[in-house]
Design a binder for this molecule. Structure first.
Ligand code: SF4
Ligand code: SF4
Length: 360
């Protein structure tokens, strides 16, 4: 993490960071000139054109992390001009503490600051979560959303406090691991903590790992869904720890899909893998039509690949894309609700996509 100018070698690359960015239009020369200008401290259009998806860190063939350069310059110049109290994202850092107590010996699940986006009475209920203690609040927010608001240094600045607050919760509830509903929190206490040599005194567990492990132990309860689905891999997944040549979450989702009878259509898609598209949340309010166009392109791509459902692992992505999914008649499903469908559970008022939105 962090831009590495020593790796930004204009003689080796073809300016892939920006020529491959699906939201802007740069040729090789233009891309290299833009990056050179940023390095030299100049303000160039990419600072406001960028929708903060972090994909160019994956596109750069030399591992220079150009997104971190853009993010750093956005913060230094305050060019996005988003106030610190902007809602809803910044607001998540100030949410009051929340707890739904489970049973002794049950898992501890943190929803961070976005517990209204993950309605725990539906998304985190049912047999998989009966015993769980569920916590949330601004003091448990990793601050990752600030990377979309021109304040990308926030997760790093907040890291020690974030880990300390979580450690106190683990101690309070007598557990040695914490499950995270949002992979932003998970990636901050894994990838970022490792990069910063910060010790984490509990074992972080991704919600996908939790679901996968639960299903493995309760295979007899599953009725396969026999559906085809696309998958929205959000920007946060790009920060996931890597296992072999894959991001760690991809094996968990593959195992879950296999166990519950969901066939992924991702292999047939244009916008998948490194080329997966952003949900558009960072520009949803400031550049609404542009965000909707990106969403439509993304969802239509899944439909063209044969998807009968669109599965989300990020609560923010589903909150911001569910309306467009509904308009294009592709039902959005949050991952816990998808698994609960295979367990034959009633999904409650939130249905598959939260807030009672009538997607069908
Ligand atoms: S960040 Fe990577 S792709 Fe972009 S100009 Fe530098 S080396 Fe090339
Ligand atoms: S972060 Fe995403 S939108 Fe911004 S320049 Fe990189 S690839 Fe393009």
């Amino acid at each position: 993490m962090g831009f590495d100018s020593s790796k930004c070698d204009f003689n080796i690359c073809r300016g892939e960071c920006l020529t491959r960015c699906p939201y802007v239009s740069y040729d090789e020369t233009g891309a290299k000139n833009a990056i050179k200008s940023l390095i030299n401290g100049k303000n160039v259009p990419i600072l406001t054109e960028c929708i903060t998806c972090a994909a160019c860190n994956d596109f750069c063939p030399t591992g220079a992390n150009p997104w971190d350069l853009i993010a750093w310059r956005q913060e230094e110049t305050d060019i996005l001009g988003i106030p610190v109290d902007a809602k809803p994202s910044s607001d998540w850092l100030k949410k009051p503490y929340f707890v739904r107590k489970g049973k002794p010996g049950g898992p501890l699940i943190s929803m961070g600051g976005i517990y209204e986006v993950v309605p725990q009475q539906e998304f985190l209920s049912g047999i998989m979560f009966d015993d769980a203690t569920i916590i949330g609040g601004g003091n448990l927010a990793c601050g990752f959303t600030e990377t979309h608001l021109g304040r990308a240094s926030r997760p790093k600045k907040n890291l020690s406090v974030f880990i300390e607050n979580l450690s106190l919760e683990a101690e309070k509830y007598g557990v040695d691991e914490i499950v995270f509903t949002h992979d932003a929190c998970y990636n901050v206490v894994t990838t970022l903590a490792m990069a910063e040599n910060m010790e984490v005194p509990f074992r972080p567990v991704h919600i996908l790992e939790y679901l996968r492990n639960w299903l493995k132990e309760h295979k007899d309860r599953i009725t396969p869904l026999n559906i085809k689905a696309g998958l929205q891999g959000g920007c946060t997944t790009r920060y996931a720890p890597v296992s072999g040549d894959k991001e760690i979450w991809s094996d968990w989702i593959s195992d879950i899909f296999e166990m519950i009878g969901v066939e992924s259509v991702e292999a047939n898609r244009k916008y998948t893998g490194e080329n997966r598209l952003c949900c558009g949340s960072s520009i949803f309010h400031s550049q609404h039509e542009r965000a909707l166009d990106i969403q439509k392109m993304n969802i239509q791509d899944a439909i063209d690949a044969g998807a009968e459902r669109y599965v989300f692992i990020c609560p923010a992505c589903i909150a911001i894309m569910r309306m467009t999914c509904g308009k294009l008649n592709l039902e959005p499903v949050y991952i816990t609700q998808l698994v609960r469908m295979a367990l034959g559970e009633e999904l409650g008022e939130a249905g598959t996509a939260a807030f009672g939105y009538p997607v069908r």
